[in-house]
Design a protein around this ligand. Structure first.
Ligand SMILES: O=C(O)C(=O)C[C@]1(C(=O)O)C=C[C@@H](O)C=C1
Length: 379
């Protein structure tokens, strides 16, 4: 059935169409300026992401919007979305090459998705990239000869053995780095296999990010950090933030941030499956937060089971963290079973106090996400 309308409404809608068309012209104009900014940054070696400029610009636009009785949050939302577009556009122009004298780069496992992303970023920065995969080891000497950087990005389960078995005769000055999501054992293995510069990296994002702007790369220093300083600078030019960490502290955090997180998403999906839940009707009844939760869980099952098995099984210690979760679940369930509502409320308050200022901060952040989820609804 057609939506009802009136002549007056149609007239106003025509005027709105005109304003929206003007917006497209303005967007085109902004994109052209951003392309020029990208070219200037490329020449000067400046990072794609400029947080101080963004903060100053947003503050000014919010003020101006207020004066014109436009919601400051509206202009902020629009500009943030536009800047996301800027990161993508500036990326395509390419990046300054921080170390033009580096020999070529070898990506071990380059046909993997994350390896592919790093390969693309390095090529966009002017480096020559060679890939070595399962079937290429017979040509290894030729591929590694003259390499300035070897980046290991194979599944966690085989990373350490591959380093020990295959990467012991790299050129002395070559940097050996890995992208594995645990850092203790791989960094140790690299230090043992290679006597030159060593660094462990963990990109805290998946291969489907459009740009590295605002993403985090964890760095665990191995040896001769002055030799790979350029690489960290290069990653920052791509827009990412470098966070330094000790391998042990990083790995401990990953037990909760990755192993436990993904395991509980897995069980959530497993439970929906066993309960024979009808996703279609759940979506019909879903509140925005439930939709977001389904999206978080559902996206897991759109990806490689091996990848998640690798992450979950990577550290024996994760079993403890996941077991603790089960214990806490059982204890909380027993409150429900005995109908102890007061104990539940008391426990809730205790946890809320522990979250402190983070709880309202997360509430604010999730509000914006929930609004976007709602915006995406159609029909
Ligand atoms: O001003 C810049 O440095 C830009 O790259 C442009 C722009 C924008 O779209 O306005 C984009 C990214 C930066 O983080 C800041 C601002």
């Amino acid at each position: 059935m057609n939506e009802r309308t009136t002549a007056e409404l149609e007239n106003l809608r025509g005027l709105i169409d005109g304003v929206d068309q003007q917006l497209i012209h303005l967007l085109r104009k902004r994109l052209d300026l951003v392309a020029q900014v990208g070219a200037v940054k490329h020449g000067a070696g400046l990072p794609i992401y400029a947080p101080q400029r963004e903060a100053a610009m947003l503050a000014k636009r919010r003020e101006e919007a207020k004066k014109m009785d436009v919601s400051p949050q509206l202009i902020e939302d629009i500009l943030r979305r536009l800047m996301r577009e800027s990161y993508l556009n500036e990326k395509d122009i390419g990046f300054k090459q921080v170390n033009p004298d580096l020999g070529h780069v070898v990506i071990v496992g380059g046909s993997g998705k994350l390896g592919g992303l790093f390969s693309q970023m390095l090529v966009l920065s002017g480096y020559q990239v060679k890939v070595i995969d399962k079937d290429d080891w017979a040509r290894a000497d030729e591929i590694f000869d003259g390499a300035g950087l070897v980046l290991v990005t194979v599944p966690i389960g085989i990373t350490c053995d591959l380093i020990k078995d295959k990467l012991t005769t790299l050129p002395q000055s070559c940097i050996l780095a890995d992208l594995t999501s645990i850092k203790g054992e791989p960094v140790e293995a690299m230090l043992a296999a290679h006597s030159g510069p060593v660094v462990g990296l963990h990109p805290m994002f998946g291969p489907d990010v459009g740009s590295l702007a605002k993403q985090v790369v964890v760095v665990c220093h191995g040896r001769q950090s002055a030799e790979y300083q350029w690489l960290l600078e290069q990653i920052q030019i791509w827009g990412a933030r470098i966070v330094e960490a000790e391998p042990e502290r990083h790995d401990k955090a990953m037990q909760l941030v990755q192993a436990m997180r993904h395991f509980s998403s897995f069980v959530y999906g497993l439970n929906l499956y066993k309960e024979e839940a009808d996703i279609e009707s759940l979506l019909q009844f879903s509140s925005p937060i439930y939709r977001l939760e389904l999206a978080m869980v559902g996206r897991l099952f759109a990806q490689s089971p091996e990848l998640y098995a690798d992450i979950i099984f990577a550290q024996k210690e994760s079993m403890q963290a996941i077991g603790d979760y089960l214990d806490n679940y059982s204890q909380a369930l027993s409150l429900l079973q005995v109908g102890d509502r007061d104990a539940f409320v008391a426990q809730f308050k205790e946890v809320a106090q522990w979250f402190g200022d983070f709880a309202p901060q997360f509430q604010r952040e999730s509000r914006a996400m929930l609004q976007s989820v709602n915006d995406m609804k159609t029909g």
